[in-house]
Design a protein around this ligand. Sequence first.
Ligand code: FES
Ligand code: FES
Length: 164
Amino acid sequence: MRLNINGRDLEVSDSVGEKKLITFLREDLDLTGAKNACDIGACGACTILVDDEPVKICIKRVKDVAGHRVLTIEGMAAPDGTLHPLQQAFVDRGAIQCGFCTPGMVLVAHAFLLKQPHPTRDEIRKAIHGNLCRCTGYQQIIDAIEEAAAHYRGAPAPAQEARL
Ligand code: FES
Ligand code: FES
């Protein structure tokens, strides 16, 4: 079956298709941004985007994303390491503490801002409601998403999708 991960196509066997998606990304492709924290689809730490929609992948198999476009946090920054403006806003606003929730938060926010580049703070809160931050840094996370929204208005910075 065919996968498209961060802009690159790859072909995998049916047996690989049965693997847990988060295990495949982390252990086979070394894409370790997505975290497996709860393993039951409850916390959002494992969130990636599939066709620009957030998906919690601790409860998914590789075959579930065959034929779809997958974006992980590794696909957001440019190949030279330059952060996407949304990632930079998280850094600038101090929205990262332990960082465990951050990849999922950034990707959920990216999907949200692609659809709603003029968000209210309440809309941002609702957009990230499925992603838990144990460090309780929500205020700074909302600040970062609100600030980054400017980059999605008019000429949104695309995810770079350049790394595997
Ligand atoms: S690790 Fe997947 S939702 Fe918590
Ligand atoms: S920054 Fe630690 S869980 Fe969110």
